[in-house]
Design a binder for this molecule. Sequence first.
Ligand SMILES: Nc1ncnc2c1ncn2[C@@H]1O[C@H](COP(=O)(O)O)[C@@H](OP(=O)(O)O)[C@H]1O
Ligand SMILES: [Mg+2]
Length: 277
Amino acid sequence: MMRFDGQNADEIALRLAHIAWEAGRVLRGMENALLDKRIKDDGTPTTAADLAAEQLIIQRLDEAWSGVPVVAEETASTAQTDDCFFLVDPLDGTGDFIHGTGEYSVNIALIRGDRPIAAVVSAPAMGSIWIAGEKALTSPLPSGEGNGFDWREARVRPAPERDLVALVSRRHGDIATEACLSVLSIGTRRMTSSALKFCLIASGEADVYVRCGPTMEWDTAAGDHILTRAGGSVVGPGGAPLTYGHEERGYRNGPFAAIGDAALAPRLDLPVSASVA
Ligand SMILES: Nc1ncnc2c1ncn2[C@@H]1O[C@H](COP(=O)(O)O)[C@@H](OP(=O)(O)O)[C@H]1O
Ligand SMILES: [Mg+2]
């Protein structure tokens, strides 16, 4: 079975950047098409664009690293994981894709054991991309062929004493998340969709993102790794990092908080979720 011979995590992340850039071109080309949407069992929408981007990503991952399992949003139930596997959300924020806000992303993470080691989040309509292997980097998305990245380091900021910037889902709020946020001194709440929330914290533009409602591993793994390598963290109840590859619970995450500054961790009080404990 193909492994990652001679490639370090930063090189893998660069290859993932090209794949996400290409998938982003497919998605941009379908933005204004009249796409039929279907509502999945979890109540979230999916479209032909999700499928087209997923097929392309799976094909490119297979060309680059043949034989490494891929757990992707539209085909998760059929995948068998291994020590190394990819988690793929070809179109995170499908609701935003449909409604034209542009706040959607392509997320790909390589997991080894139960944690990510290389990842990309690209936001095709916003023109930005983030990657991480060892280092977290960000670039504007090239408009021509995918060779024109201009990478610079992504770094979190220290949390201000008060008036934190919190990122909240545009479409999926819940009471437990609000309770958690209410004990932090939030000055600004910015509605943001998809895994962009992790990346904005990784780039020092925001401080905290709390999510107690349902999410899936492919929603968080790539953003988790990018934020972690930019100096932040993503923690569950009790402060432990999230772990990935939980087929036994259908790849569902529990509650989590993404923070740029570790000093915020003691102020978090996430509920313990019985469903994924
Ligand atoms: N009831 C539910 N069950 C599982 N995941 C859900 C869900 N409601 C929302 N999500 C997840 O939340 C993601 C959107 O996050 P946000 O609200 O922050 O933009 C969705 O990603 P997709 O758009 O890829 O399906 C979906 O995976
Ligand atoms: Mg998603």
